[in-house]
Ligand binder design. Structure first.
Ligand code: SF4
Ligand code: MG
Length: 337
């Protein structure tokens, strides 16, 4: 079977006050059933906007999809009416955000909001919706469900709220879950628990899971494959071990080398490489990373590198010198020894 979601050549622009912001510039991303893909990048790399564009939740105007396709379960979402797209996404795609309160209504009880998901998307009656809500809340690790189900969201801790949002996202029995920085607001212990929960649920249900994150540690912990984004483009993608073992793009390498240790890096923003990501209204010509790249040469300033298979073909990178970088890199094992 083909990919569950296949995004090809996606382009998104924002037009504000005479400026054209090129937020997403020809992105290819795919995820299969039963697979977790981490989309990794600094803030402003276009990772959230990519998925807002796909789901039709961009603020539009000023945001517009200006090119590309997003095939979900064999259908190009961009060919559908906004109404049809919302219906499909609501029934088949679960969303989890960094701030669980944004997904919860403060004036309704937890149980009412959960049951509503079952009633609207699965067309269950009141009693059955409540029964299934309890099962799901228990599954995501809410203690004392009999009592907690009649609480309001503010009566839950941050970690419990994120479990609640996960339960709500899964209530519709989605084929795909998209989680945007789901653990960024949580402390390290709770973060590890939430990631483990997501991983378990993903395996149990054979869903596709897309995890948007700025944290290499989070990506390494949960992903099968990784997509590294920079300036609205994918600069490297492939199997997680391959990529972190021997990066073929200087940006990925920079992210890795800047890590003092996985634990310490867990909550750090990805800003270890000198310089800033470009202003997306003025993306540098050639390779967008060249102003920050320690390996940049004249060619990099003139010619944009295409994303292409590198090395053993297990990964793709968008760098003119990816082969050289790979050849020069010590193996992961030597690095550790
Ligand atoms: Fe660096 Fe050039 Fe590769 Fe871009 S193409 S990442 S500037 S070496
Ligand atoms: Mg974001």
């Amino acid at each position: 079977s083909g990919p569950l979601l296949q995004v090809q050549g996606l382009e998104v622009e924002f037009r504000t006050g005479g400026r054209v912001v090129h937020a997403v510039n020809g992105i290819d991303i795919d995820v299969r059933r039963g697979e977790t893909v981490a989309v990794l990048g600094e803030s402003g790399s276009g990772k959230s906007i990519t998925f807002e564009a796909i789901l039709g939740t961009l603020d539009s105007p000023p945001g517009h999809v200006t090119g590309g396709r997003a095939e979900f379960e064999g259908q190009n979402l961009f060919d559908l009416s906004p109404r049809r797209r919302r219906a499909i996404c609501g029934d088949r795609i679960g969303m989890i955000f960094q701030d669980p309160l944004s997904a919860l209504n403060p004036v309704y009880t937890v149980g009412w909001q959960m049951a509503e998901m079952y009633r609207v998307h699965r067309h269950l009656g009141r009693a059955e919706a409540r029964r299934q809500s309890m099962d799901m809340l228990a599954r995501v690790g809410i203690p004392d469900v009999q009592r907690r189900i009649d609480n309001y969201p503010h009566e839950f801790s941050g970690g419990m709220r994120q479990r609640l949002v996960i339960a709500m996202a899964l209530a519709v029995d989605p084929a795909l879950v998209i989680a945007d920085e789901p653990t960024t607001a949580l402390d390290v212990t709770v973060e590890a628990q939430i990631l483990a929960l997501l991983r378990d649920l993903q395996r149990e249900r054979g869903m596709g899971l897309i995890l948007i994150t700025h944290s290499m540690a989070v990506a390494a912990e949960i992903a099968d494959r990784i997509c590294v984004m920079y300036a609205g483009q994918v600069v490297e993608r492939g199997d997680v071990r391959t990529l972190f073992g021997s990066p073929a793009h200087p940006y990925t390498a920079g992210l890795l080398h800047s890590l003092p240790g996985v634990a310490a890096a867990r909550h750090r923003r990805l800003t270890p490489i000198p310089g800033q990501p470009p202003d997306l209204a003025h993306i540098p010509p050639g390779c967008p990373f060249h102003p920050r790249c320690p390996r940049a040469e004249a060619r990099c300033r003139a010619e944009p590198p295409a994303l292409r298979p590198v090395g053993d073909g297990q990964r793709e990178a968008a760098c003119h010198f990816a082969e050289e970088l790979l050849a020069a890199a010590p193996t992961a094992q030597q690095d550790e020894g």
